[in-house]
Unconditional design. Structure first.
Length: 456
């Protein structure tokens, strides 16, 4: 495990760090070969004040985490690391804050590691010897891709189940049977969790997953899927096997999410966009449970779900609200859900202008990725991009609407130049002008001016 040079120097220079170990995610990621920039250290055999005093001689010390035994340190070279004291946590009441924390600098590293959630997160690294401290078989679990709880204290914090969901998805892990059963035993503790913390785990799932379906199936296997009824309702909702040979809507959604995570465009996107796209794919069929029925199509009885794309918008919004998704996520996800079948319609210049406007602030480029994931989530059908998606992409590119919505050509300043004063008619005229622009009655400023001539 390679440390930043300034951190290695600090560990040699500060006597209080003589028994400092790297802990948590940085150790796990190093063993997985994943690049990491955050290094957390746990310091033994020294008190909080002594540690803070000695560190302050080498940089800036922030004590905002004192109640948790944490010191945030900023070096003169710009490095930032968290130093924490080992502690014992005891659950005294329900909820994430229902713990008493006791700091004990003389606790053993093994006892300290036992309070961590999963064996893969209980690993420690000794920077002096280069040795890994592995008290609970975390390295073997990493190699075998197994998600296993560290010990019986796991049940004290129900958030660990949702952490398991996103860890399973991020690292493509299979949960140990005993861990699944332990999670099942605390399924009714979900109300103890603050909605903000629930959302944080979903956002990690949405933005960092390697195999998103592993997280969704973890929730199903542990019984926790019931706390997310929009997803739970997908389980068992049938689909017509000629269109969806993969199975029910939950199975289809799992395949779609995995397909999205494999697309280079998704992996290369910024974190917010990755979250938006994954949540849109997760939610794209949320209305199928309420719209699915049998009907005759081309002389055969088929399973159909008419209107599920439009009806899915409010269902998706309800789910996103309950997991505390910010508006910048909701306002992009909902239109992507509501228009994920737009490629099945003929793509004219008019329809593309209207689609781009209806999607904003999401884009046609983003919608196409949702459509491709939907198409690829139907094994054993081949992964072939629907010709309607290719047509939509090409025409949107031609109209310069692939990555943005059309902008109004006629603005208030143009009306003022014609002698109009701001008022009720002013806004109505601008709305009518933009509607005419979307319809294609004019496409440039010259045409806009001529249209305006006939309306004032």
């Amino acid at each position: 495990m390679t440390l930043p040079p300034e951190l290695a120097t600090l560990l040699r220079a500060v006597p209080a760090l003589a028994r400092a170990y790297l802990v948590g995610g940085c150790v796990r990621d190093a063993l997985l070969g994943i690049a990491h920039k955050d290094f957390d250290l746990e310091v033994y055999g020294v008190g909080y004040e002594t540690l803070a005093r000695e560190l302050s001689a080498h940089g800036r010390v922030d004590l905002v985490g004192k109640s948790f035994g944490v010191i945030k340190f900023s070096s003169l070279d710009g490095g930032q690391w968290d130093f924490s004291l080992p502690r014992r946590d005891s659950k005294m009441a329900a909820g994430h804050k229902g713990f008493t924390v006791e700091f004990d600098p003389d606790i053993s590293p093994q006892d300290a590691a036992s309070r961590r959630d999963f064996t893969i997160n209980a690993l420690m690294f000794d920077p002096r010897t280069g040795d890994y401290l592995d008290f609970f078989g975390g390295r073997a679990d990493l190699e075998k891709r197994i998600l296993r709880h560290t010990g019986p204290a796991f049940v004290e914090d129900p958030l660990r189940v949702l952490r398991g969901m996103q860890f399973a998805a991020r690292f493509d892990l299979t949960p140990a049977p005993a861990t699944v059963e332990l999670c099942r035993s605390i399924v009714n503790t979900f109300p103890e969790l603050a909605v903000e913390r629930v959302g944080m785990e979903w956002f990690k799932w949405a933005g960092t997953s390697r195999r998103p379906s592993a997280g969704l199936r973890f929730l199903k296997d542990t019984g926790w899927l019931k706390h997310f009824p929009e997803i739970a309702a997908l389980d068992g909702t049938p689909q017509d096997p000629s269109w969806h040979p993969e199975g029910d809507v939950f199975t289809h959604t799992c395949h779609c999410c995995d397909a999205l995570a494999e697309l280079p465009e998704w992996r290369e996107a910024d974190e917010l966009t990755r979250r938006v796209l994954m949540l849109a794919v997760l939610a794209h069929d949320f209305a199928k449970p309420q719209t699915t029925h049998k009907a005759e199509r081309e002389g055969q009885m088929r399973i159909v779900s008419p209107g599920h794309e439009e009806q899915g918008g409010p269902v998706a919004e309800a789910f996103l609200t309950r997991i505390n998704a910010p508006n910048e996520v909701k306002e992009r996800v909902v239109p992507l859900v509501m228009h994920h079948l737009a490629h099945l319609q003929h793509s004219s210049a008019r329809s593309i202008r209207r689609l781009a406007n209806a999607l904003k602030p999401a884009t046609i480029a983003e919608l196409c990725l949702v459509m491709i994931a939907d198409q690829f989530g139907r094994p054993p059908k081949p992964r072939i991009v629907h010709e309607g998606v290719n047509e939509l992409r090409a025409k949107a590119e031609e109209l310069r609407l692939r990555d943005s919505a059309p902008k109004p050509l006629l603005l208030g300043r143009h009306l003022i130049a014609r002698g109009l004063r701001p008022g009720a008619r002013f806004g109505t005229l601008l709305d009518e002008a933009f509607e005419a622009q979307l319809e294609g009655r004019f496409t440039d400023m010259e045409g806009a001016e001529k249209w305006l001539d006939t309306h004032i």
